[in-house]
Structures are given as C-alpha cells and as structure tokens.
Ligand binder design. Structure first.
Ligand SMILES: [Fe+2]
Ligand SMILES: [Fe+2]
Length: 262
C-alpha cells in the first residue's frame, strides 16, 4: 500500500534517547574502526540540510506532499547526527557544531558545484526530476539503514546497538515514503524511468561520496559491505532497487561496490 504523507507525518519526530547511557562509551569504548564509521555517519547525517537546500531549488518544492515529507525528514536526520555526536563526544572527540562548521568551511567551493549540478539536472529533467529524486532517496535510505545494521553487528556494543536500532526504525519510515513515491511516479512516467536509470547508472555513488574523502568512502564500504554478509546485504538492496519500475536488472550497488574496492 502507498505510504501517505499523513501516516509519515504522524510518526515523525525527534529521536527518542530515553535510557541511552552515553557514559557507557567512556567505560566500554568502541573499536577504532567502529568509531571511524560513526564519524562518517555523523558527518553525512548533519549534511542532510545542505542536500535539502539544493532540492528546494528544484521542482520538488512545488509539491506540498514532498515538502511536508522533507521538512520532517530533515528534522529526524538532524537528531540522528546529534545522537551520533554524543557518542563521539563520549570518546573525547570534537563532534556536533564545531565539527560540522569545520566540514562546511572546507566545502564552500564543492557545495557551489553540487548546487549547480542539481539545478542543471532539474532543468534537463523537468517533471521527471521528482521521480528521480524519490528513487535516489530510496536507494540512499536503504543503504544507510543497512550500513547502520552492519555497524551494529560489527561493533558488538549493547548501547550502540540500541541507539542504532532506534535510528534504523526512523530510516525505515524514510524508506517507506521514498520507495512508495518512486514506485508510483516511475510507474506512470516512461521518460522518468529512462532518465532515472540513466542518471543512477552514470552518477550514483554510495551515500556520503559527495561529502567525505574517497578513502573514507572506500573504508566504510570495505568495513561494512565486504565479506559474505556484506555481499548478501548489497545483493538484497539491489533486489529492492531492481523492483522499481524501469530499473530491472540494474545491479546498481554490486557494480558500485566492485568499482570502489577494485
Ligand atoms: Fe538518518
Ligand atoms: Fe534517513
């Protein structure tokens, strides 16, 4: 059944941190690899609002259901970033506002390029842009949720597991909206199907690729998505993507992961 904006809005909200004992990380710190992954997720979650800035310049802003979703979505993603900041701070790291400010200072030029390329894509795509945006969003949410699940498993830390479980539940709400909208909008627009397939094939990179250094992207992909379990997760997400109208047999993630780890 199509997930309506009303059902998403009624569930959306600030991440519940009740009972999460962040001091536990001082006594039982995470491994260096788990911490490195958390820095990645922290930075990417906090970058969501910059992604939103670009999207609001496109035809997406004309659809009130899409903007209602984006308003709640960006709020939820902010609190994911804030929660991860508290984990990093419990390890004695600089996180939250000062880390995000430094990241943005270093990205001024790249941000301008990102905004211009989003605008160019939107101008070229017309009405089909929103379907592309919904499909892109679904794929990014599927991979983010799967990344958190793999990190939870790899870190083996009970407090982190509970925190990530709550974050993943909200990512599930994002998946429901993006995937149902992508299915509907692609299903009724052949041009959108062709455009989305083309853009994903040529431009899609793992979430965070536009924000994080390439070595960090390669590390995360290797840490979370290599080995037998990682490959199974990647193939499962590819099956989700391949079920979207016009994206059959795309094998998007399998190809992207192979290129990154080559
Ligand atoms: Fe998130
Ligand atoms: Fe999300």
């Amino acid at each position: 059944m199509r997930t309506t904006i009303d059902s998403y809005k009624s569930r959306a909200g600030r991440l519940d941190l009740g009972g999460i004992d962040f001091a536990d990380f001082r006594e039982r710190p995470l491994s260096p690899d788990a911490l490195r992954s958390l820095r990645y997720f922290h930075d990417v979650e906090h970058h969501t609002v910059c992604y939103l800035r670009d999207l609001l310049l496109t035809p997406a802003h004309q659809d009130p259901e899409i903007t209602a979703f984006l308003s709640c979505w960006v709020f939820e993603e902010l609190w994911h970033g804030e929660a991860l900041a508290r984990v990093l701070e419990a390890h004695g790291e600089v996180a939250g506002t000062p880390r995000v400010a430094a990241l943005r200072r270093g990205r001024r030029r790249r941000e301008a390029v990102t905004t211009l390329s989003t605008l160019a894509t939107a101008a070229f795509s017309g009405r089909a842009f929103v379907a592309l945006h919904m499909a892109w969003g679904a794929i990014n949410e599927w991979t983010t949720q799967a990344g958190y699940a793999r990190l939870s498993e790899a870190a083996g830390h009970p407090t982190l597991r509970e925190l990530l479980r709550r974050i993943m539940k909200q990512e599930g709400g994002h998946i429901d909206f993006y995937a149902s909208e992508a299915t509907r909008r692609l299903g009724e627009n052949l041009r959108a199907q062709r455009l989305t397939r083309y853009m994903l094939t040529h431009l899609w990179r793992p979430v965070g690729s536009g924000v994080m250094p390439r070595r960090e992207v390669a590390f995360l992909v290797d840490y979370l998505f290599s080995g037998e379990k990682g490959v199974q997760v990647v193939e499962r997400i590819d099956r989700h993507i391949d079920r979207l109208p016009g994206l059959e047999d795309l094998h998007l993630l399998t190809g992207a992961m192979a290129r990154l780890t080559a």
